[in-house]
Design a protein around this ligand. Structure first.
Ligand code: C2E
Ligand code: MG
Ligand code: MG
Length: 639
């Protein structure tokens, strides 16, 4: 190589080297003079785009213009950034979970991404060249698409919910954004649609709506939806001058099933009841579960009372067949309250309230029946609310008292025992009968406290009498059916006996026949446990329930109390006489004592004595009175 060339090359390399050093330094310097571009310039240099400088060096040599060289550097970097941006966009396009579809200006699909294929079920090749209307669900009218394209044309973008069809044929909701892309000349060139499958969101929205309006256990409409539908039905009935009936259904003694067999069985029973009810009705009837064991039925086109009553009877009969749940055969009775539109009430709320009052009447008059709403029921309902409110205070303020009614041996007229009967000395209303407040106490759950209190009082009083030298065989207390099914009863009785020190044989527990027969198996177990304590057991109001003789025989009971309803007609009413005779014979054959209550006349007592009844109780012997007023000396003699 000639020396001149070598020198020229050496000089060029030297320039190059110097320009690199100079540019590095000037980058820092320029940084202080140029605001935003200074920053860029610095990074460009430090990041080592040395090859840019190389060409800069050449220009530098040629024209000695440094800034020109920097301009070229910036251009090269932009192109690189474009490439990077493109790579990023491709990655996003491929990885995004949103489906992307690109069409050309003619509307033919030119590109789809992976998510598109996953959501729609189509492969890329299947859709390229096709038009997006191949995904149409048929759910939207033509106007929907016209409006969409109009927005796209005017605003360049459209977003909204749209139903499309997958390859499988399934239609599903999408949230879609379509954007119109223009070319450099400002002409529409492509449409890009980005969408997500919102069926999961829709489903959960739907589920939420369903949950808010349905009872999760039975899947029946809940109170909210029922009221809503009832409103609509009443509005339509008003227009068409039709009558409707609202029936409130309550399962008798359902709580006992829960208490004795557990909530799982209780839940299964409720489901089975709901299922059976559903099967009973035509589409014109709305059925709902209002809560607990309460169901409601709204029958449209039910103008007459007779039709509503027939429907109620159909429900009662339909639920009579036993339910087979988890190896148990469960029998349930039903009580129904009926209220009619428009004769009883004009609003859903009032209809519900009236039906509830009627239901209460059905329950308090023996259950397993229906009752119709009457106006005086409203007054009663009002009273019940007040009683429930005041009863708690009554317990706290010791307004309750225990009265005792004598029980005599019919043969000898001797006083044998007493029945403890609760009374409420109301500050304004005076003495309130238990018939009025016991059902309310049972509904509100206060009955447990009341019965426990009466039992403790009665046992204490019995101990007192014994200390005073009064000879009585027993003191009887009433046990509410609500309490009877509970396991705590045994504990409660044992505790009272322990605390008062009363001989267990002196305490008699009266349980009504219906409470026993509601669930004979549980009753049997409970009675055996109570018998182990040594207390006496009596079946109260016998003859009013539906005792199975076979079951009765197995019960460890010492006494049957003939309900006063059968005593009232004695001795002249033939039916009452026949029933009393049968009960006495039955009790004797099973080795039980017979006790007749409600004896008001000597003829009744005489008839019962003649039939072999052992014990008698009633106004003829003595009314219930406070302990201090019991008349020990007098014992009327049956002639
Ligand atoms: P029951 O256990 O069958 O009590 C007998 C009812 O008949 C008592 O009514 C008594 O006063 C009434 N009676 C007695 N002799 C005659 C008579 O000669 N003629 C008439 N017409 N009635 C007579 P009472 O005290 O009003 O009690 C009504 C029901 O309330 C009781 O029926 C019992 O089921 C319930 N009860 C009373 N006290 C309690 C209690 O402490 N706990 C529970 N759970 N229930 C109670
Ligand atoms: Mg009684
Ligand atoms: Mg009774």
């Amino acid at each position: 190589m000639p020396a001149t060339y070598r020198d020229a090359l050496r000089a060029a390399l030297l320039y190059l080297l110097l320009s690199v050093v100079w540019l590095q330094i000037s980058g820092y310097l320029l940084n202080s003079f140029f605001d935003s571009s200074a920053e860029r310039l610095r990074w460009q240099l430090i990041n080592g785009y040395v090859w840019v400088l190389f060409s800069a060096g050449l220009i530098f040599i040629a024209r000695a213009r440094l800034l020109r060289c920097l301009g070229i550097g910036a251009k090269l970097r932009e192109r690189d950034a474009d490439r990077m941006r493109l790579r990023q966009a491709t990655a996003v396009f491929d990885c995004t979970r949103e489906g992307v579809l690109v069409t050309n200006r003619e509307g033919a699909i030119v590109h789809v991404n992976r998510a598109f294929m996953e959501i729609t079920g189509y492969d890329g090749e299947e859709v390229l060249g096709e038009r997006p209307n191949m995904f149409k669900s048929g759910r939207h009218p033509a106007q929907f698409y016209q409006a969409m394209f109009a927005t796209l044309a005017s605003a360049g973008e459209w977003s909204g919910e749209i139903w499309n069809r997958r390859k499988s044929g399934e239609i599903y909701p999408q949230w879609q954004t379509i954007r119109l892309i223009h070319d450099d000349d400002g002409q529409p060139s492509q449409y890009v649609a980005v969408f997500s499958d919102i069926s999961a969101i829709k489903n959960s929205e739907h589920e939420l709506m369903h949950l808010a309006h349905h009872d999760p256990l039975t899947d029946l409409p809940n109170r909210l939806l029922f009221s809503d539908r009832a409103e609509q039905a009443l509005a339509s009935a008003q227009v068409h001058k039709r009558g409707c009936a609202l029936l409130m259904i309550d399962l008798d003694h359902f709580k006992m099933i829960n208490d004795s067999l557990g909530h799982t069985i209780g839940d299964q029973l409720l489901k089975a009841v709901a299922g059976r009810l559903k099967g009973m009705f035509d589409p014109g009837i709305t059925l709902a579960r209002l809560g607990g064991d309460e169901f409601a039925v709204l029958a449209e086109c039910c103008p007459q009372l007779v039709q509503a009553a027939a429907l109620a009877q159909r429900i009662i009969n339909g639920l009579k067949e036993p339910f087979a749940i988890d190896g148990h055969q469960l029998f349930i009775n039903t009580s129904i309250g009926i209220s009619l539109f428009p004769s009883d009430a004009l609003s859903v709320e009032q209809l519900l309230r009236n039906a509830d009052s009627a239901l209460f009447k059905a329950k308090s008059t023996g259950r397993n029946d229906y009752a119709l709403y009457t106006e005086e029921l409203t007054a009663h309902a009002q009273q019940r609310v007040e009683i429930a409110f005041e009863l708690r205070r009554a317990l706290d303020q010791q307004e309750l008292q225990v009265y005792y009614q004598p029980v005599h041996d019919l043969k000898t007229s001797r006083l044998m025992g007493v029945e403890a009967l609760v009374r409420w000395q109301h500050p304004q209303r005076g003495l309130v009968s238990p018939a009025e407040f016991i059902p309310v106490a049972e509904r509100t759950g206060l009955i447990a406290e009341i019965d426990a209190w009466v039992m403790a009082q009665a046992c204490r009083q019995m101990c007192q009498w014994q200390q005073d030298g009064v000879v009585l065989s027993f003191v009887a207390v009433n046990i509410s059916s609500r309490l009877f099914a509970r396991r705590e009863l045994y504990q409660q009785v044992a505790q009272v006996l322990h605390e008062t020190g009363l001989e267990p044989a002196c305490l008699e527990l009266e349980v009504t026949e219906s409470a026993v027969m509601d669930d004979p198996e549980v009753a049997l177990e409970q009675m055996h446990r109570l018998r182990e304590l040594g207390v006496r057991l009596a079946i109260d109001d016998f003859g009013t329930g539906y005792s199975s003789l076979l079951r009765l025989k197995r019960l460890p009971v010492q006494k049957l109390k003939i309900d006063q309803g059968f005593v009232a007609g004695l001795p002249w009413d033939e039916d009452d006489a026949a029933i009393s005779r049968v009960i006495i014979a039955l009790a004797q054959s099973m080795g039980m004592q017979v006790h007749a209550e409600g004896i008001e006349q000597v003829e009744q007592a005489a008839f019962l004595l003649e039939q072999g009844c052992d014990l008698g109780q009633g106004y003829w012997f003595g009314r219930p009175v406070p302990a201090g007023q019991l008349n020990w000396a007098h014992a009327p003699v049956i002639a």
